[in-house]
Design a protein around this ligand. Structure first.
Ligand code: GDP
Ligand code: ZN
Length: 459
């Protein structure tokens, strides 16, 4: 495949002592040579070598920066194209100057993710790996990073390929039966056998989908609302969580006021604290933001942290909040345990309905550890194997897997009704294609071609 030559700054903006301008494409070396002054022309040096020199403006001959340049020739590069990386230690200004020069000499500014896209298009990685790289860039916690890494390594692809292979074999056996009824060596596949195999695949897809929720949360953060009456300690709780866990604050554009979202990393679970502005600015989420708004917050939340003042008797408002969060994922925080207890514990446990109740004194930094434990348990021990980190973390994958599952359900239903096998085969073929889309395999290739290239049915 042929592409134009692209370039971009490939280090995070504004950070780090070294900035890198990366160029990829056929003209990468030629473009770099126009502005590089060093011992040798880059076009002449060996691949995978680094060279010291200066960048000079070819028009004015003005020296711009002292640099180290890596030369990486195709095909052993990330994009499988010629790659030049200009490492400069100057700040943002000089790296931008270098990029401008590179662009003026014939490269095009890369779109976000375009290097990765090329790696995919040039066949170096498959689609799910490409998506893994994108997730990696956005990974919010180490755990999310791990998932993205695993995907990058092709764990998901591997599983999908295995499933496709199983479907292929199922169909192969059907084929043998249809085309070669006299071929006794081939396993006689009855409808039962076919159903059994299809059900196996369906079960595996279910397992993969079960990890999807975790994947989404790892990528986007678990939407978490801190609620409670005024003065129970909501702000204190938020501050403890934020201070102990290095919050990442992001602004959500397109909202009428600037809603602040803060991410805190709780033992690898990223919590996205929602409506923290509400807690910060108005102090009383229920009164000041209004019932409507707090409804909305509760609707959006995937985890509720309900704070109760243990030094006061339970109030009507407390009970109303318990009511509002019935059936939701929640942790109850009984705060101010440094004071004399007034709250009725039996009542609390009853209202908690089996959800964790944590005794805390946020003033004295007590209870946070325990709270963090119970949050990570809620998340990681909900019947999902935690050792297997090949979580699905991508809406496209989830969509396609769900579709494939439906196709297999159709096949199973058809088998139940004793529809002719070649009809059932259509559903299975569809599932095979849908799974193929996940790894970006040629969707139009015929399953039958595949079949015959893989199984020697010997006429
Ligand atoms: P919010 O209105 O729910 O956000 O509550 P704040 O976090 O603003 O706390 C209200 C008041 O309770 C403040 O004066 C805090 O210092 C105090 N407070 C918070 N946590 C504790 C605690 O564990 N023990 C005691 N004694 N006071 C606390
Ligand atoms: Zn407050």
């Amino acid at each position: 495949m042929e592409f134009d030559t692209i370039a971009a700054i490939s280090t995070p903006s504004g950070e780090g002592a070294i900035a890198i301008v990366r160029i990829s494409g056929d003209a990468a070396l030629a473009i770099a040579d126009k502005m590089y002054k060093g011992k040798a022309r880059l076009a002449d040096v060996d691949t995978h070598t680094i060279h010291y020199g200066h960048i000079e403006n070819p028009e004015t001959q003005a020296t711009i920066e002292e640099v180290m340049i890596s030369v990486l020739r195709a095909p052993k590069t990330f994009t499988r194209e010629d790659v030049v990386e200009i490492n400069c230690h100057g700040g943002l200004v000089s790296v931008n100057k270098i990029l401008d020069l590179v662009l003026s000499q014939g490269a095009r500014l890369a779109e976000p993710g375009e290097f990765t896209k090329r790696a995919f298009l040039n066949g170096r990685i498959d689609l799910s790996q490409a998506e893994g790289v994108m997730d990696l860039i956005r990974a919010k916690t180490d755990r999310a990073m791990n998932v993205a890494m695993k995907q990058l390594e092709g764990r998901l692809s591997e599983r999908i390929r295995r499933l496709r292979q199983q479907l292929l074999e199922t169909v192969a056996n059907v084929e043998v039966n249809i085309d070669y009824p006299e071929y006794d060596d081939a396993e006689t596949i009855t409808l039962d056998r076919l159903s059994e195999r299809a059900a196996d695949v369906r079960h595996e897809i279910d397992n993969l989908l079960a990890t999807a929720r975790q994947g989404k949360i790892l990528r986007e953060g678990l939407a978490t609302a801190i609620i409670g009456r005024p003065n129970v300690g909501k702000s204190s709780l938020m501050n403890s969580l934020v201070h102990e866990n290095k919050a990442i604050v992001t602004e959500v554009p397109g909202t009428t006021r600037d809603v602040l979202e803060e991410y805190v990393n709780i033992r690898g679970v990223p919590l996205r604290l929602i409506d923290t502005a509400g807690i910060r600015e108005t102090e009383d989420i229920v009164e000041k933001i209004g019932v409507e708004r707090s409804r909305q917050v509760l609707d959006e939340a995937e985890l509720i942290l309900l704070v109760i003042n243990s030094a006061e008797e339970l109030k009507k408002e407390d009970e109303a909040l318990f009511q509002a969060i019935q059936g939701m994922n929640a942790v109850i925080i009984l705060n101010k345990t440094d004071l004399d207890p007034e709250v009725e514990m039996d009542k609390i446990y009853e209202l908690a309905e089996g959800r964790p109740v944590i005794q805390a004194s946020l003033l004295q930094d007590e209870g946070i550890d325990e709270l963090e434990n119970s949050i990570s348990q809620l998340f990681f021990e909900e019947g999902v194997e935690t050792a297997d980190l090949s979580y699905l973390s991508n809406a496209r994958h989830i969509g396609l897997l769900s579709q494939a599952k439906r196709s297999i359900d159709d096949a199973l239903e058809a088998a139940e009704m004793e529809v002719p096998v070649d009809m059932i085969q259509i559903d299975i073929t569809r599932a095979w294609e849908q799974l193929g889309e996940i790894v970006g395999e040629n969707v139009n290739e015929s399953l039958i071609d595949q079949l015959f290239s893989q199984f020697c049915l010997g006429k």
